[in-house]
Design a protein around this ligand. Structure first.
Ligand code: DX5
Ligand code: ZN
Length: 224
């Protein structure tokens, strides 16, 4: 199944002093989704922001909020992020003792459900929960920071994930080191949703549209 290409700028690379303006700017620059990276300083070695900050930018855009929770345990926070305006909630495979239960909770909250796989996490973790999934997030860096280098070994993993989900209504998203140069590789392998932080939030707000367009063009240039 060919799914539409989605470009999801990560606000982790935005200027937090002007967060509302930054979200508005990438919305107008052509973002499909807004990617929200939540980090707890425990599951990943960095701390970003929580549901209160997310709720404060919810009125700024109508674009879907693609919420990536890098927190563990995660279950106790799912409702707060649903109420703060998430459209999709993605949890890491290791973020709690009962992945299937976490996904059921997300669905019961009326949200789309995703699972994120770290570079070292095998896709076997999701084999038996596919029926609950709207999205699979293949990490193409180790989570925690923007601006890291793309891990090329993840290309095979994207391909294997595409084969695993074949025929199902599931987005395959990649996150980390996505640029106009790496975008064609991941799209060719089967990804359709591209998170991109530092490659979008560079230059001033006027540059964001050019940056997103370059990634979109790159993504379609080599795609089969
Ligand atoms: C990493 C985050 C990413 C990150 C991507 O832990 O999940 O969303 O912000 O940033 P870039 O595109 O700069 O690698
Ligand atoms: Zn992310």
């Amino acid at each position: 199944m060919v799914r539409p290409l989605r470009i999801a700028p990560s606000i982790l690379s935005a200027d937090f002093a002007r967060l509302g303006d930054e979200v508005r700017a990438v919305d107008q620059a052509g973002a499909d989704w807004i990617h929200i990276d939540v980090m707890d300083g425990h599951f990943v070695p960095n701390i970003s922001f929580g549901p209160v900050v997310m709720a404060s930018i919810r009125p700024v855009t109508r674009k879907p909020f693609d919420v990536h929770l890098m927190i563990a345990p995660v279950d106790c926070y799912l409702e707060a992020f649903a109420k703060a305006g998430a459209d999709t909630i993605t949890v890491h495979a290791e973020a709690g003792p009962h992945l299937d239960r976490s996904l059921q909770t997300v669905k019961a909250l009326g949200k789309k459900a995703g699972v994120a796989l770290n570079p070292g996490t095998p896709i076997d973790h999701i084999r038996h929960v596919l029926d609950r999934l709207d999205l699979i997030l293949i990490m193409t860096v180790n989570p925690g920071f923007g601006g890291q280098s793309f891990i090329a070994a993840m290309i095979d993993k994207i391909r294997e994930t595409r084969d695993l989900v074949s025929g199902r209504n599931i987005d395959i998203e990649v996150d980390g080191g996505i640029t106009a140069e790496t975008a064609p590789l991941v799209v060719k392998a089967g990804a359709n949703a591209l998170v991109t932080g530092s490659a979008v939030f560079k230059g001033d707000a006027k540059a964001y549209a050019r940056n997103i367009a370059a990634i979109r063009t790159g993504a379609t240039s080599l795609a089969a």
